[in-house]
Design a protein around this ligand. Structure first.
Ligand code: PHE
Length: 335
């Protein structure tokens, strides 16, 4: 009987239970009424008393071992099937789908509209030299915009660009007219950070140089742009302004009206919202960049993306755009 016990133990050690069918076979073979262990127990009853003593303990241990193997395998199989149904049916894994950043949404829309109007896209470096950010654009050495207040200066005469107008200069220096391009990008100013202004923001610069370009072309282009961007015929107005690199210079406002609370808030009760600066490229700037002002003329404009995104999406604090809080960023549809 001890030999039989050893054989069964050997068989138990080799038993593998990976499916519920195998579990049923295991039960039938070892533990059911006609199973090997039950039959041994049956034989055990008719053993003489002194043999019972030596066989009893190992026989009990064998039975317990078989039951433990059975229970463990059963538990494992039930757990597995629960997991399967959890993964595939009850509790699908959450997948985070990214969203476009509001600045990108606005930038892409602006780019698309200007592309339709025949503009190309150009970019320049965020670390600029004095020539491209200031000097070529007619900023005299003592101009207040060069002041430490406004510009982040770096080593060796470099600075973080304060506007995308630096890209105008780079394009004009390297391209023969006709030139028709927009330059989106990030710019930096050393200003106090608040809900309305940040130490960096985003602009789109526009530049169109050709023979016979006039202020009328500038007005028509910008008018087409804003009606397309806001999806309706908007009244626009140009106010005389000053930039060192354009002459004449203007700022353009759009009329949103004061009917809704939203429009009232955005326009501070006037109905008008300022959206960009523009003008005819100054003759001296053309010369600085190697373009003959007797042959060519052109216009330039620059608009801030962040303010437009804020008014479009009703974002109250500019800093919310760059906190990288996904609860905020996931509100914008992926485009
Ligand atoms: N660079 C100007 C600014 O940052 C905007 C501008 C661009 C004005 C082009 C005129 C022409 O305020």
């Amino acid at each position: 009987m001890i030999d039989q016990l050893k054989n069964i133990e050997e068989e138990l050690n080799q038993a593998e239970i990976k499916t519920s069918e195998e579990l049923a076979i295991f039960y039938k073979y070892f533990l059911s009424k006609k199973g090997k262990i039950s039959l041994l127990l049956y034989d055990f009853k008719s053993l003489p008393a002194e043999n019972k003593r030596t066989v009893g303990k190992p026989l009990n241990l064998l039975k317990r071992k078989a039951e433990e193997l059975y229970d463990a395998a059963k538990e494992m199989l039930e757990g597995q099937s629960q997991e399967n149904s959890r993964n595939f049916l009850l509790d699908p894994q959450k997948i985070e789908i990214g969203a476009r950043h509001p600045i990108s949404v606005v930038k892409n829309r602006i780019e698309q509209i200007f592309r339709y109007m025949g503009f190309g896209i150009s970019e320049g470096p965020e670390i600029e030299d004095d020539w491209h950010n200031f000097e070529a654009l007619n900023f005299p050495p003592d101009h207040p915009a060069r002041d430490m207040q406004d510009t982040f200066y770096l080593e060796k005469g470099y600075a973080l660009r304060t506007h995308t107008s630096s890209v105008q200069v780079r394009v004009m220096e390297t391209t023969k007219p006709p030139i028709k391009t927009i330059s989106p990008g990030r710019v930096y100013r050393n200003e106090a950070v608040s809900a309305r202004s940040n130490s960096f923001f985003h602009q789109v610069e526009g530049l169109h140089i050709d023979e016979g370009i006039s202020f009328a072309d500038l007005k028509q282009t910008l008018y087409s742009f804003v009606s397309s961007f806001f999806g309706r015929d908007l009244e626009v107005r140009f106010r005389a302004s000053y930039f060192p690199f354009t002459e004449p210079s203007a700022e353009m406002d759009i009329f949103l009206g004061t009917e809704t609370e939203e429009d009232k808030r955005l326009t501070k009760g006037t109905g008008w919202l300022e959206i960009l600066g523009c003008g005819m490229v100054d003759e001296q700037v053309l010369k600085n960049c190697g373009i003959d002002p007797n042959k060519y003329s052109g216009y330039a404009f620059g608009m801030g993306i962040d303010r437009i995104a804020m008014s479009l999406f009703d974002i109250k604090d500019i800093r919310d755009l760059f906190n990288n809080d996904t609860r905020m960023l996931n509100q914008f549809v992926a485009e």
